[in-house]
Design a binder for this molecule. Structure first.
Ligand SMILES: [Zn+2]
Length: 177
């Protein structure tokens, strides 16, 4: 099912006029930019999208992203399952000006040549939904939390930390909006 929506850019005007609701499972493998963060690349997550016209003919999409991912626990470095359950509201726009005029409730998503490239926007949303730092709950973690003074002596691992890359990426996604 996902393929028909993802293979070609969608016509958002048609979908909004028809108030289409679509939902499908998307494999984690298709989230190219998240691959380094996922310890388990099998599985999928669910996307639900509801297209409609908001006030003043605003093209809008109410969305819900739900699924489970396995990330590296930053305390014991073991696999830690994290639940993703995010709601979002897109306002589809064709210019920076339209983006700055959007209601604060809407996240700007750009359409080009009257088409919406869904996969790339969902990937942005997936990255934003990932926790910036993943931990096991304390009672499930292999390592007890570090003592205060001990952790202060640890050298800061900023290099090669995929999570700092994620933080940068989130920052740039926000700026883009
Ligand atoms: Zn852990």
């Amino acid at each position: 099912m996902a393929k028909e929506y993802l293979q070609e850019p969608l016509d958002p005007y048609k979908l909004c006029a028809a108030e289409r609701e679509i939902s499908f499972e998307l494999p984690l493998e298709s989230m190219q930019r998240a691959q380094d963060l996922l310890l388990d690349k099998q599985g999928s997550f669910r996307i639900q999208l509801k297209f409609s016209y908001g006030s003043q003919r605003l093209l809008q999409v109410e969305g819900h992203l739900k699924g489970e991912v396995t990330l590296e626990c930053q305390r014991c470095l073991g696999p830690s399952k994290q639940l993703l359950d995010n709601h979002f509201l897109w306002g589809l726009v064709i210019s920076e000006e339209a983006a700055s005029n959007l209601p604060k409730t809407h996240e700007p998503v750009f359409i080009e040549k009257e088409r919406l490239a869904l996969l790339s926007v969902i990937e942005d949303e997936f990255l934003l939904a990932l926790p910036l730092v993943a931990y096991h709950p304390e009672d499930e973690c292999q390592l007890q939390p570090l003592e205060q003074d001990q952790s202060a002596e640890e050298p800061a691992e900023t290099e090669n930390n995929p999570f700092s890359a994620l933080a940068d990426l989130k920052e740039s996604l926000k700026k883009k909006q």
